[in-house]
Write a protein that binds this ligand. Structure first.
Ligand code: PLP
Length: 424
C-alpha cells in the first residue's frame, strides 16, 4: 500500500487508474447498503422478543402499584432502582419515562427556555443570547435541539480523554450566556471517546460565569461495550456534589439499544433540586408514564446483572462488524497517509477522518457505488465541518456480510477521492 501523498505524479496517475477500475467494478455490483444511522440490527432486537409477551396476561402489579392505572410520575420505583445502579445516582433521583432519552433532552432544553432551570434568574428565552458548547465531532441530534431553539453552538475540540478542558474552562468562566455543554462521556458518538477521570473532575469543578450552567450528560452508551473490558468512568453526579455544584449535571440515558429502540424507557437522573424541577414541569403534561412498558422492562431485565448479560449478547453480534470495518480499513488504508480512524471499545460508531476537503466527495462516491453514509458535516454544528474531513461510520444495522461489502465500498471511495484530490 503506497503512501499516496509521496507518490510521483506518474505513479499516482497509474494508482488512480487502478482504483477507478476497482471502484467501477464495485459500483457495478449494484449493492444497496446503509451505514447511516446507529440502529440495532434485527438480530439484536430479537434478543428481547420476550418483551412482546411481557408482562403477560394477569401480570400488572409492581409491588402495590397497579401499572394499568394513572400515577407514579417518576416511573416505577423498582425500575428506577435498577436503572439507578446503571447511571450512578440514587433511585430517588432517577426519573424513568417516555420511550427513549432524546425527548427528555429536548424537554430539558425546552423547559429551560420557557421557565429557566432551578438556578436561573429568568427563562433562558428572555436572555439576549444563549450558547452551548459542542464538543466536535459530536451527535447531530444534540445540535438539532440547539438549532431548534436558536441556541448558539460553540464547537470545542474533542480530544482523546474528552473535550479540550483548557478551552472549555476558559469559555465557561468568561461568558455567562454559555448555559450548557453536550457530553457523551462514554463511547462517544461518533468517536468512541471515553472521558478521563481528570476531564470529569474538571467539568464538575470548573467555574462557570452562568449560575444555571448545566452539563447535558448523555450517557447513551453506559453499558454498550464492544470488548471484554467493561470500561467504567468516574461518577459525574458524585463529582459535581463533591465540588459544591450538585445541580450541574443533567444525566440522560435509555434502554433504546438495550431492548427495543423507540419502545424502551428513557432516564433523567440528577440532583434533588433538578429532579423536583423536572417533575414540576412534566406534571403539567402527563399524569404518569407508560408503566406497563416499564413493568415489562423490569420483568425482562430483572437487575443490573440481567442488563450486563444482555449487553454481552449485543456485543457478540456487534463486535465482529466493528472488527470487520477496522480490519478492512487497516488492510486498505493503513499506510496510505490519506485516512485515520478511531478504534472504539464501545458504542455504535467509528469516526473516519479522510484528507481535508474530501469527506463530502467520499460520501458522494460511496452513495453512487451503493453505500449510503451519514452526510459529511453531520458531526459538526449546523452540518459544517470546517475541514470537510470527518465521516461517521455506523456498522450496527447491516449483517456482517453486508458490512464487509460496505467497508470495501468506503475504502475505494476514500482512495478515489484522495487520488483525485492529489492529482488536481
Ligand atoms: N444520544 C446519543 C449519543 C446517541 O448516539 C443516540 C442514538 O444514536 C441517542 C442519544 C438517542 O437515544 P434515545 O434512543 O434514547 O432517544
Amino acid at each position: 500500500m503506497p503512501q499516496l501523498p509521496s507518490l510521483s505524479a506518474d505513479d499516482l496517475r497509474s494508482y488512480h487508474a487502478q482504483i477507478r477500475q476497482r471502484y467501477d467494478a464495485f459500483a457495478k455490483r449494484g449493492v444497496k447498503l446503509n451505514l447511516t444511522r446507529g440502529k440495532p440490527s434485527s438480530a439484536q432486537l430479537d434478543l428481547c422478543n420476550q418483551l412482546l409477551s411481557l408482562p403477560g396476561n394477569g401480570d400488572f402489579m409492581a409491588g402495590n402499584i397497579d401499572c394499568r392505572n394513572y400515577g407514579e410520575l417518576a416511573g416505577l420505583p423498582e425500575l428506577r432502582s435498577l436503572l439507578a445502579t446503571v447511571f450512578g445516582v440514587t433511585a430517588d433521583r432517577v426519573i424513568v419515562g417516555e420511550n427513549a432519552s432524546l425527548s427528555l433532552m429536548h424537554d430539558s432544553v425546552a423547559f429551560s427556555m420557557l421557565k429557566g432551570n432551578c438556578d436561573s434568574e429568568r427563562p433562558w428565552s428572555k436572555e439576549s443570547r444563549i450558547a452551548f458548547l459542542c464538543p466536535v465531532p459530536g451527535y447531530d441530534r444534540h445540535f438539532s435541539i440547539c438549532q431548534e431553539f436558536g441556541i448558539e453552538m460553540i464547537a470545542v475540540p474533542l480530544n482523546e480523554g474528552g473535550p479540550d478542558m483548557d478551552v472549555v474552562e476558559k469559555l465557561v468562566a468568561g461568558d455567562a450566556q454559555i448555559k450548557g455543554i453536550w457530553c457523551v462521556p462514554k463511547y462517544s458518538n461518533p468517536t468512541g471517546t471515553v472521558y478521563s477521570n481528570e476531564t470529569i473532575e474538571r467539568l464538575a469543578k470548573m467555574k462557570t460565569a452562568a449560575r444555571d450552567f448545566r452539563l447535558f450528560w448523555d450517557n447513551a452508551y453506559a453499558v454498550h461495550h464492544l470488548t471484554a473490558e467493561r470500561i467504567e468512568i468516574a461518577n459525574i453526579d458524585e463529582a459535581c456534589a463533591r465540588n459544591g455544584n450538585p445541580n450541574r449535571a443533567f444525566i440522560f440515558g435509555s434502554t433504546s439499544k438495550v431492548t427495543f429502540a423507540g419502545a424502551g424507557v428513557g432516564v433523567f437522573a440528577s440532583s434533588k433540586g433538578n429532579v423536583s424541577w423536572y417533575l414540576k414541569r412534566i406534571e403539567k403534561r402527563t399524569i404518569g408514564g407508560d408503566k406497563v412498558n416499564q413493568l415489562r422492562h423490569l420483568r425482562l431485565l430483572k437487575n443490573a446483572d440481567g442488563v450486563a448479560t444482555l449487553m454481552d449478547k449485543h456485543r457478540a453480534i456487534m463486535a465482529p462488524k466493528f472488527d470487520k470495518v477496522l480490519e478492512t480499513f487497516g488492510e486498505h488504508l493503513g499506510s496510505t497517509g490519506v485516512a485515520s480512524w478511531t478504534k472504539p471499545k464501545g458504542g455504535y460508531f467509528i469516526t473516519l477522518d479522510v484528507m481535508d476537503g474530501c469527506a463530502k466527495q467520499v460520501v458522494k462516491l460511496a452513495k453512487e457505488a451503493g453505500v449510503e453514509l451519514t452526510p459529511a458535516g453531520a458531526t459538526h454544528p449546523l452540518g459544517n465541518d470546517p475541514h470537510d474531513r470527518t465521516i461517521r461510520i455506523a456498522p450496527s444495522f447491516p449483517d456482517l456480510a453486508e458490512v464487509a461489502q460496505a467497508a470495501e465500498g468506503v475504502v475505494l471511495s476514500v482512495l478515489l477521492a484522495a487520488t483525485e484530490k492529489l492529482l488536481a
